[in-house]
Design a protein around this ligand. Structure first.
Ligand code: UDX
Length: 456
């Protein structure tokens, strides 16, 4: 199929590369000229495991451009542009509006007799696809008839929703081996086009990846539903995950007070298949570009309908509180933070990415700085930080040198093989806060540290 993807962020680029890898003739369009130039040269604009290698393999089927006219003859046009939180708490749809306007300027030139299927992949409030359809109609110089009605001249486009559930750091695997696909469609024809687009993924018939370790063997589930339902599914999925995390973090605080073991509690409840072990790792709370933004958006939607959302509000409050736990533990151990030196191990909001959006590291560092501590940090992939006063160091050892305390913020694998004894030898005092409960307390204690985890 001929596929256009508007937007070359995490979702757009990963989806575009994976669809090209599945042999679809794919064009990725972005307004950012320098990003497109770099992509043409094979350079990724962000760190994402396996994506660079897949881009090389998909080269014959993928093109990059800033010219929206390239989308004109596509069978399917996916839109994957940012949908950040708006200043008033809702969702900023300006990127989507601008993508639709750009498409509207070229779509009238379409020669194909088949309508283009526009697939929204952005996380947007319920009803946005219908609204985008109206925007596009008003943009077009030749009018397209409303979807689903029989007309003399066929419509130029139809709009559907196929929300994206990929995780940063695992984006390629989540795209090619999703647990499920959700198609929100207005007609049987739209469903057929989406089935054709996703056939290689639904059937697992794309070429093998380099490493097959840990790959799921089950075929993805498929939910075909209305466009509005698909839009709500995305929010419900992310807010459920966030709620699961805040649940275990609340239990972790209780566990900490009682002196019980949160890891065993997670195992003990997670082995119940109705609950599941994933998203039960207690720690300093979630970050990233999605969970917090999506929960805010869903609360806003409920507010528009006059519906209270006490569960979602509490989910957010618990998460905000988690970041403060690190500061409280440091105050308990160091007593006076003014004049202390704290080293952060890991800065990205989770391992496998260089993304600092809503990263707990920045908030923790900001609070410590405002309390008079000196703060430095090391991350294997983050190269710059948007926080004045937080000094980047080139290694964990450099962060430890002269420090009073270390805080493990991101559970990068390389932290498992550090010689903690060597690091301890260079430190002024030996406090270790494991914000992700990643390391064995006994190992840290044997190296001379006072070890504090979350909920332990
Ligand atoms: C999330 C959703 O998982 C994905 O389906 C959606 O499409 C986009 O949003 P992502 O933001 O990439 O993906 O991160 P995710 O892997 O979900 O982790 C979110 C946060 O939760 C991270 O900060 C992570 O460290 C934290 N987390 C996750 C925990 O604290 N404990 C856990 O057990 C799992």
């Amino acid at each position: 199929m001929r596929v256009a993807v508007i937007g070359s962020g995490h979702v757009g680029l990963t989806t575009g590369v994976c669809l090209a890898f599945c042999d679809h003739d794919t064009t990725v369009i972005d307004v950012d000229q320098s990003r497109i130039e770099r992509l043409k040269g094979g350079q990724l604009p962000f760190f994402e495991a396996e994506l660079g290698e897949l881009l090389e393999r998909a080269r014959p089927c993928i093109h990059f451009t800033t010219d929206f006219a390239a989308a004109t003859e596509a069978d399917v046009c996916l839109i994957a542009v940012p949908s950040p939180t708006a200043s008033g708490g809702g969702v900023d749809l300006s990127f989507l509006r601008s993508a639709i306007d750009s498409l509207g300027r070229v779509l009238a030139d379409r020669r194909s007799t088949q309508p283009m299927l526009i697939v929204n992949k952005c996380t947007v409030p319920v009803g946005t696809a219908a609204m985008a359809s109206e925007w596009l109609r008003t943009c077009l110089t030749v009018s397209a008839e409303p979807q689903g009605t029989s007309t003399a001249s066929p419509p130029l486009f139809t709009i559907s929703s196929a929300p994206e559930f990929l995780r940063e750091g695992l984006a390629v695997r989540d795209t090619l081996y999703p647990d499920r696909l959700v198609f929100g469609v207005n007609s049987g024809r739209d469903e057929e086009v989406l089935r054709e687009l996703y056939r290689p993924i639904l059937e697992g018939s794309f070429p093998p990846l380099g490493s097959s370790s840990g790959l799921p063997t089950a075929v993805p589930g498929l939910v075909v539903t209305s466009v509005a339902t698909a839009e709500l599914i995305k929010y419900a999925a992310n807010t459920f995950l966030a709620t699961k995390l805040s649940f275990i973090n609340e239990i972790a605080s209780l566990s900490s007070a009682l002196g019980t073991d949160i890891q065993s509690i997670a195992e003990g409840i997670g082995l119940d298949h109705r609950i599941g072990r994933d998203f039960l790792s207690a720690g300093i709370g979630w970050g990233g570009s999605c969970l917090g933004k999506d929960i805010l958006a869903l609360v806003e939607t409920a507010r528009e309908y006059g519906l209270p959302t006490p569960l979602l509000q509490s989910t957010m409050e618990v998460n905000e509180g988690q970041r403060g736990i690190v500061v409280r533990l440091l105050q308990e151990e160091l007593r006076i933070l003014k004049g202390s030196r704290i080293g952060l191990l890991g800065l990205a909001f989770k391992p496998g990415t260089d993304d600092l959006r809503d990263a707990p590291s920045l908030e923790i560092a900001g609070r410590l700085l405002s309390l008079g501590a000196t703060v430095c940090g090391y991350d294997p992939v983050v190269q710059a930080v948007p926080l004045q006063g937080l000094e980047l160091r080139p290694s964990a050892a450099a962060v430890a040198a002269g420090a009073d305390a270390l805080v493990l913020v991101t559970e990068w694998d390389e932290f498992r093989s550090i010689s903690w004894q060597d690091l301890a030898a260079t430190m002024r005092r030996h406090i270790f806060i494991d914000g992700r409960n990643m390391l064995q307390p006994s190992v840290l204690r044997a190296a001379g540290f006072c070890y504090r985890g979350i909920g332990g």
